[in-house]
Structure formats: C-alpha cells, structure tokens
Design a protein around this ligand. Structure first.
Ligand SMILES: *Cc1c(COP(=O)(O)O)cnc(C)c1O
Length: 220
C-alpha cells in the first residue's frame, strides 16, 4: 500500500464514522487522487474550476466532487451539472447565479453557506447575523439551490482556545439556522476542520472535514 493510502486509513480511524472525509486534492495530480480512490475514498475537494475539470476527465466517474474555493460567477455554469456539493457559497450574487444556472439546466444544486468566523479580514463568507436574518429568504428566493448546511474555516493560529471558540461559534450558528422557518430536514451538514484543526472541529459538531496536506503531503 502506498503512503497516501496509509494516511487515508489512519485518518478514517481517527474520525467518527458519521463524519464525512473530503480529501482536498488541489495542486495534486490525478495519479495521487487515484491512489486514494483505490483505497476507498470517493469524496474529493478542489478549489479551482479549471483544475477540477481537467482532473475529472482522467478519473472515475463515481467520484463525488466537492467545490471548496472562492467561486467566480462566470464558472458556475460548468460546475453545476455534476458537482456534488458547493461548500463555499459566500454571497447573494453567487447564490443567485447558481440558482439561475440550475433552473436553466433543470437541476437542484446542493450548497453550503460559508460563514465568516475567523478574525482575518481576507476570509470570504457571510457573517452569522447576515445568515440568521437572510437564510430563510434564500430558501424561498432560490428554489433550485438546496441549502444543506454551513461551511467555515477557523483562524490560522496555534492557539487552541481561539480555534475551539471559533468552531463552537460556527456550531451555534449552524444549530440556530436549523430552527429557522423554511430550513428543512435536509439542513444537516457542518463542514469545518482541515488538516491542522479537524479534531477541534469534530469536538464542536463538524459532520464533514476537508483534509488536504495530511493525506497528500504539503502542496507546492
Ligand atoms: C486547502 C483547503 C483545505 C485543506 O487544507 P489542509 O490544511 O491541506 O488540510 C480545506 N478547506 C479549504 C477551504 C481549503 O481551501
């Protein structure tokens, strides 16, 4: 068994069976993805549409492709027909574009609303207050987008207290959105946690972790 497959089995053992592991394969070649596929992984995450499309051509068709990067509206059309879940819906404009394309293509697209929790100014996403006041409207306004939950990133810090409190905030946003009118039973995904912090995320209710470097090694 190769190194990537072994890392996969290690992580699978470290996370509860009800937490989905998305292998973040950005910047890694299709051959590495295939190693993981052969070890049993079917969920892969990419952050650029062009890169995803190129890899998809070379790889088995039963892979569930997750989109986790900032998505430009002009790329939505190519992604929508096959994407399994868009984690990174970070604006009303993007929601509207995804809905428009989904209506055109007569499909429903599963999406997560990205919530901005970390202190860093550069992170994309809605604020907790924006979500609490607008999420119900999103559901009625954009019927071909199925909002399945929320996605978040914690601050890039070694301070475990900060990480824990950010993931706890995300979890509380998730649970409060769940009780809003219009949010249906399909609202059940909390995508939080990466290589460095997934244990804290899981301790704070994560149901989907996005792991790259722990599986594939460092990116160039
Ligand atoms: C790159 C990336 C990850 C994976 O990061 P690692 O630290 O390599 O596990 C997870 N989520 C998002 C949104 C990313 O862009």
């Amino acid at each position: 068994m190769d190194r990537i497959a072994l890392a996969y089995l290690d992580i699978k053992q470290a996370i509860p069976s009800n937490v989905t592991l998305v292998a973040v394969s950005k910047f890694h070649p299709a051959s590495s993805i295939l190693s993981l596929y052969n070890a049993g992984c079917r969920d892969f995450g990419e952050s650029r549409v062009q890169e995803l499309l190129e890899k998809k051509k070379e790889l088995p068709s039963d892979i569930r492709w997750h989109f986790i990067g900032h998505l430009q509206t002009n790329k939505v059309k190519e992604l929508v027909p096959f994407v399994h879940l868009i984690h990174s819906v970070d604006s009303v404009r993007l929601l509207s574009e995804i809905n428009k394309e989904a209506v055109k293509q007569q499909i429903v697209v599963d999406c997560l609303l990205q919530v901005h929790i970390a202190k860093e100014e550069t992170k994309f996403g809605f604020s907790p207050v924006e979500l609490e006041t607008q999420a119900s409207q999103f559901v009625s306004k954009f019927p071909n987008v199925k909002i399945r939950g929320v996605m978040a990133m914690a601050s890039n810090t070694d301070d475990e207290k900060v990480i824990n409190s950010e993931f706890a905030s995300v979890n509380s946003v998730f649970r409060s959105l769940k009780t809003l009118p219009n949010i249906t039973s399909g609202f059940d995904i909390l995508s939080s946690g990466m290589s460095g912090d997934y244990k804290f995320a899981i301790a704070n209710g994560s149901s989907m972790v996005r792991i790259g470097s722990l599986l594939f090694g460092e990116r160039n």
